[in-house]
Design a protein around this ligand. Structure first.
Ligand SMILES: [Zn+2]
Length: 136
């Protein structure tokens, strides 16, 4: 079962590889931990379970990156935002498939996954990104 995976960012990216977005859910207070952490920051419980998190949400805030780390230089300039998912969890990520002047706070975004590894730099983690839910 999924619950035997440690509640770490590595596990989170292993799920992303399977095209799943998973967070840790605290069994004691119900808080959803995205990305997962081994300890609930609300009640300090380590009694956690894996829960699939929604792939749709709303853009809360974003910033445009002009100077990127080496592995993302091919994407510059690009937008990185914090997206509030349908269950209230907030997930940071790159916003793609939209021109930068169309990126707006409040827009509906959906998580998608890179089919191929886009970087040869460490860490070799698969990537997810956000794209508009209703492309024009
Ligand atoms: Zn808790």
């Amino acid at each position: 079962m999924a619950d035997d995976k440690p509640f770490t960012i590595e596990s989170f990216y292993n799920f992303v590889k399977e095209k799943k977005l998973m967070g840790g859910k605290c069994r004691s207070c119900g808080k959803l931990l995205v990305p997962p952490k081994p300890l609930c920051p609300e009640c300090f419980s380590s009694d956690l379970t894996w829960k699939e998190i929604p792939k749709n949400g709303k853009l809360r805030t974003y910033t445009v990156i002009h100077v990127a780390p080496k592995q993302f230089q091919a994407f510059t300039p690009y937008a990185v935002g914090i997206v509030e998912l349908e269950d209230g969890a907030q997930l940071p990520g790159m916003i793609r498939n939209v021109t930068l002047d169309k990126v707006q706070v409040g827009m509906q975004l959906t998580v998608d996954f890179d089919a191929e590894q886009t970087t040869h730099e460490w860490p070799h983690w698969p990537r997810y990104y956000f794209k508009p839910t209703h492309p024009e």
